[in-house]
Write a protein that binds this ligand. Structure first.
Ligand code: BG6
Length: 479
């Protein structure tokens, strides 16, 4: 007997740039994600000194340009989500559909109409939209002309964008998040901050300036949202990686404490508590931040204090092990940050270590620290699915993964955690963020498309589709 509340928001999650395709239609201009080449080396390429945001079709494939062509299939896809019984669906708005260059004064009506249609389609089935205002992309122009989020002007551009979408959709959409995985810039500022080595991403002064600008922008979104309707719930979204010290050596224990303060808590502290944490000076010191260059005003600090977020959305895929004394040599992979191998854990085909207990710990750590509602807005197993000749996919490995993580959430609820909902990542197969591959699949729905862009784009239900339908129907009882 599990204690999922009756109102528990079961659903699934996607992001515009990874599934919509239609990258240059109906007034949309390129986003930073449209300039990311496909392939396992994607993150290395964008992290190299020579990368300059140029879209060069003679050198690279750009799988995000076509995505899974959700732009033209969303009705069919949302109908499938409805069949599974989704209570909510988390998706993001492509900023460059609404403000194609980011610095435009007027929004693009065709872009706004597209999300009207998506939202209305969800509501037709009583699926509550959960919207990420900015998921790992900004209009390319803001990265090229303004150098990304280190530039304070982006606050104004984001405020305009956020206000436009909150006003337009706020009557139909209650749940919002301001920035996807805001803390991921510790490792890859290109994704969330639109900064690359040639525009200063290797200098943490810029990264922390970009965060400050995003914190202010996020607070402004909360302000505007609550002015439109005090019942709107506007959350932050962080990438949570439960970390363990490799052994009981106090040196490793201390390093693990710092890792948590830096990666897991720094951004969330500001967005939830409304002020920078006590560890800020230590963190600035460790990351060589030149404080004399940071632009942070009293008005900013007041805004942060006045408009904290309403809830904490977070993604959880894997845990990591901190080992500064080099007990283990073998490295692990993981969602942007792997650490060393944990000998107790199995791993995915991409080397991400599978740790449901780590999710229970994450939920307890976050709730214990903030006592604000939590929402697991991403979780899942990226795996290679092998369809038979009838496109049947027996993805028992995915079912096992999700079952164990749902059990961990149930246990955390029993521990006293207030958990609002669960939206597993990539509920329909889509382009991987870190590798640009289609073959790294998370979905309950298979999309016939391969890494070379070949395939019919037809949708097929996997075994996990029926399983998740039953989970939702029984409010998490039948796992
Ligand atoms: C999260 C992102 O980091 O992890 C998603 O918010 C991403 O955009 C997901 O797709 C899974 O990562 P990947 O690299 O396997 O697609």
């Amino acid at each position: 007997m599990y204690n999922f509340p009756k109102s528990f928001l079961w659903g699934g999650a996607t992001a515009a740039n990874q599934l919509e395709g239609a990258w240059d239609v109906d007034g949309k201009q390129p986003s930073t994600n449209d300039a990311l080449p496909g392939g396992k080396d994607r993150l290395k390429i964008i992290d190299s000194d020579t990368f300059d945001w140029q879209i060069d079709n003679s050198r690279y494939r750009y799988p995000n340009h076509r995505g899974i062509d959700y732009y033209h299939h969303f009705k069919e896809d949302i109908q499938l989500f409805a069949q599974m019984g989704f209570k909510c669906y988390r998706f993001s708005i492509a900023w460059s559909r609404i403000y194609p260059n980011g610095d435009d004064i007027r929004p693009n009506e065709q872009g706004l109409k597209f999300y009207d249609a998506v939202i209305d389609e969800c509501l037709k089935y009583n699926i509550q939209p959960v919207i990420t205002i900015s998921h790992y992309e900004l209009p390319l122009n803001l990265a090229v002309k303004y150098g990304g989020w280190k530039n304070r002007q982006l606050i104004t551009f984001y405020e305009r964008f956020a206000e436009t979408v909150l006003k337009r959709y706020g009557d139909r959409v209650q749940y919002w998040m301001t920035f996807n995985e805001i803390n991921s810039a510790f490792h890859f500022p290109a994704l969330g901050q639109g900064m690359i080595p040639s525009t200063g991403s290797k200098d943490y002064t810029n990264v922390f300036q970009a965060w400050h600008n995003q914190f202010v922008a996020s607070a402004l979104a909360v302000k505007v949202g609550h002015e439109i309707d005090p019942n709107l719930k506007i959350g932050c979204m962080t990438l949570y990686i439960t970390s363990y010290a490799v052994d009981d050596d106090p040196i490793n224990q201390l390093a693990n404490l710092k890792q948590k303060q830096d990666f897991n808590f720094f951004c969330t502290d500001v967005q939830v508590r409304g002020h920078y944490p006590a560890s800020t000076q230590r963190i600035y010191h460790d990351y060589n931040v030149d404080q004399s260059k940071l632009i942070q005003t009293d008005a900013d600090f007041k805004l942060l204090a006045k408009y904290p977020v309403d809830y904490i959305g977070f993604s959880y895929y894997n845990s990591s092990v901190v080992d500064v004394t080099h007990v283990h040599q073998e490295k692990a992979q993981g969602n942007l940050n792997g650490g060393v191998r944990n000998t107790h854990l199995a791993e995915s085909e991409w080397g991400w270590q599978i740790d449901p207990v780590g999710l229970r710990i994450a939920l307890n750590e976050l709730y214990g620290r903030y006592e604000k509602p939590l929402f697991v807005v991403e979780n899942g197993l990226g795996a290679i699915d092998k369809p038979d000749e009838h496109f049947m996919i027996a993805d028992d490995y995915r079912i096992d993964f999700l079952r164990q993580h749902i059990e961990a959430m149930a246990a955390a609820i029993d521990d006293g955690v207030y958990l609002m909902g669960y939206t597993p990542w990539g509920c329909i197969d889509l382009v991987s963020a870190s590798t640009g591959e289609m073959s790294k699949r998370y979905g309950f729905i298979y999309v016939d498309l391969d890494d070379n862009g070949e395939g019919t784009l037809k949708r097929y239900k996997k075994k996990s589709f029926d399983w998740y339908q039953e989970v939702i129907k029984t409010n998490g009882e039948n796992l």
